[in-house]
Design a protein around this ligand. Structure first.
Ligand code: CUA
Length: 270
């Protein structure tokens, strides 16, 4: 018993430890594609609702007919006769061919319209629109923030226009298996009002602050292998392989969104 508990407790602790992300994400809207706040997510959501309604209607009608038939035409005691055989009935054959073809045709048309709207998107007229160029440093990923846009492969020719209409932070996830760390490749997109965005850009462009209280950490960073992969502007670190760490502590998360950026988590991560 003791042995089982000894093995179980660390396992439970590991599973329960989400690096503070459960709490951090609980404040954010649920990343549902049915609550779009931007183009092209609105087109995709409309299509999804339509397809859902059509498929639900088909399910309900077929289930109702099936239930009715099972009850109404069930075998009764003493009745060993065969039911009437309807081989080659032209009206029945026509009905069960034409109706599915019609349904599929309607779904193809509505899907094609949405695909065209999303893929042929030109620069939207309003100046708030955001252009995202999807390129990758390694393999093909898929950019997916359900409330803002549909899944789009991260390959160099792909470009996406978004027009967010509500400020907030929106959660996403890489939507294509891209390696063993795929499940930890999370996304969060922050939509700011214009003035707040301008302030953020200005702050991010500044070099790292000079602070004597963090001088020893800066020395360790500058004198070890960290500088080979990371940029910290103002410290002489110019590595381009890893993320720019100049304003690391202005970020809410670490490790592509897998850990809340707190001092204990940062220490554990390093
Ligand atoms: Cu990147 Cu999955």
């Amino acid at each position: 018993m003791f042995l089982v508990l000894t093995l179980l407790v660390p396992a439970v602790t590991v599973y329960a430890d989400d690096w503070g992300m459960g709490q951090a994400n609980a404040r954010l809207p649920h990343p549902s594609m049915f609550r779009p706040v931007s183009t092209p997510a609105q087109d995709i959501s409309t299509l999804a609702v339509f397809v859902l309604m059509v498929t639900t209607a088909i399910f309900v009608i077929v289930s109702a007919l099936l239930t009715y038939s099972v009850i109404r035409f069930r075998a009764r005691p003493g009745d060993g006769s065969e039911p009437p055989q309807l081989y080659g009935s032209a009206p029945v054959e026509f009905a069960w061919t034409a109706v599915p073809v019609l349904i599929v045709f309607v779904l193809i048309l509505t899907t094609a319209r949405s695909v065209y709207t999303v893929q042929a998107a030109r620069r939207p007229p309003r100046s708030v629109a955001v252009r995202v160029e999807l390129t990758s440093a390694d393999v093909v990923h898929s950019f997916w923030v359900p409330q803002l846009a549909g899944k789009t492969d991260v390959i160099p020719t792909n470009v996406m226009w978004m027009e967010p209409q509500e400020v907030g932070t929106y959660l996403g996830q890489c939507a294509e298996f891209c390696g063993t760390q795929h499940a930890l490749m999370l996304l969060r997109v922050v939509v700011d009002p214009r003035d707040q965005w301008d302030r953020w850009v200005a702050t991010q462009r500044e070099v790292a602050i000079e602070d004597t209280s963090v001088a020893s950490g800066r020395d360790v960073f500058a004198s070890t292998a960290c500088v080979n992969c990371h940029v910290v502007r103002g410290v002489g670190a110019n590595g381009r392989f890893g993320p720019d760490l100049t304003h690391l502590m202005s970020r809410e998360t670490l490790a592509a969104g897998a850990a809340h950026n707190t001092t204990p988590n940062l220490k554990a991560w390093i």
